[in-house]
Ligand binder design. Sequence first.
Ligand code: CO
Length: 212
Amino acid sequence: MTTYEEIFENNQKWIEEKKANSSDFFQKLSEGQSPDFLYIGCSDSRVTAEELMGVEPGEVFVHRNVANVISNTDLNAMTVIEYAVAHLKVKHIVVCGHYFCGGVKAAMQAQDLGILNPWLRNIRDVYRLHKDELNAISDENDRYNRLVELNVQEQCVNITKTAVVQRSYINNQFPEVHGWVFDVQSGKLIDLKLDFTKMLHDIQEIYNLGTS
Ligand code: CO
């Protein structure tokens, strides 16, 4: 495990490595950002955004919270999405869940977790929406993994419900919203291949905000 002191030594080494590859690396970083991706993932320490995607600083705008939940009353998440879409004009929004997610596991248990209750209720709501499919899975681990995937799917739907995403997509044909799962055990990044245009079409009967 890295110690507190080592963090700053590591930082110095990192600066030297970056400058050895490209002497104006930090000068360029200071000039601004225009990332193509908004990544929304879990706060879990094992699921890093940039490292698992193999991208450099400046390439991905990141938002992380417990169990990658997007709630429309969460000012933090709504601000990140608004800024990324309307100002940075990202081309892709990704929700990346992960197997072995403690937040998803906690939501599957009959337990009072205090202030975590209202947050994890978002995941219990996903369970309720997909109860028939989930209850038909007899193996508990398989059911847990499927809830991880369905949680990603429903958070993608929540993003698609926002006016800023609908307006941008209608006017610019971007961003597209994608669902991914990171498998902690293998390191593999799995694209759930959600059909974004179908997702948008399916929810517009009810969530069409008449944006243009
Ligand atoms: Co997690």
